[in-house]
Ligand binder design. Structure first.
Ligand code: PRP
Length: 183
């Protein structure tokens, strides 16, 4: 059945079916790697909440979830990757296997900062599971994800948790926003 296109969306780059296949594969990989490890899945709000909800249900081994919310200090500082913790984890992570679930890895600065911060709490391990990694010619993210769902083009994409001005996170697919919406 053809995807119902939102009027603000130029094209769909990942359909619901594509997303389901990606998430199922990531869940299966994590289930193999983390059998008996009881990993803590850390969702980085807000974008990752949709992906995390699906990923958790694709993981077949015992695991728990917690949430962090971060905000960058502003454009000038974002380039340094320094972020402010708006909501910290409620779960102590010392000795735990942590998997950070992210919706999109772009510059990687947010995650490299977060990983450094969480490492100070002495988890047993930390890995990143990124639903998508943005392909920017000539640029590599500052930190690599162990689990990568898919690569997406360097265009203005929304849906499946990704927003523009807090909207479109609820779209069940990932699509390119029409330029007239944001210009
Ligand atoms: C997005 C995304 C990542 C970050 C990736 O979050 O969810 O957390 O940007 O960018 P980076 O790799 O260049 O650091 P955003 O700040 O838009 O907040 P949101 O999750 O609330 O949408």
């Amino acid at each position: 059945m053809p995807e119902q296109l939102h009027p603000d969306i130029e094209s769909v780059i990942l359909s619901e079916q594509d997303i389901a296949e990606i998430v199922a594969r990531l869940g299966a990989e994590i289930s193999v790697d983390y059998a008996d490890k009881n990993p803590l899945i850390v969702a980085v709000l807000r974008g990752a909440f949709v992906f995390t909800a699906d990923l958790m249900r694709a993981i077949t081994v015992p695991c728990t979830v917690d949430f962090m919310a971060v905000s960058s200090y502003g454009t000038g500082v974002k380039s340094s990757g320094v972020v402010r913790i708006v909501k910290d984890l409620d779960t102590p992570i010392e000795g735990r296997h942590v998997i950070i679930a992210e919706d999109i890895l772009d510059s990687g600065l947010t995650l490299s900062y977060l990983v450094r911060l969480l490492e100070e709490r002495h988890p047993k391990s930390i890995r990143i599971c990124a639903f998508s990694v943005k392909d920017v010619p000539g640029h590599k993210p500052a930190i690599a994800a162990t689990y990568v769902g898919t690569h997406v083009p360097d265009s203005f994409i929304v849906g499946y948790g990704l927003d523009y001005a807090e909207h479109y996170r609820n779209l069940p697919f990932v699509g390119v926003l029409k330029p007239e919406v944001y210009s």
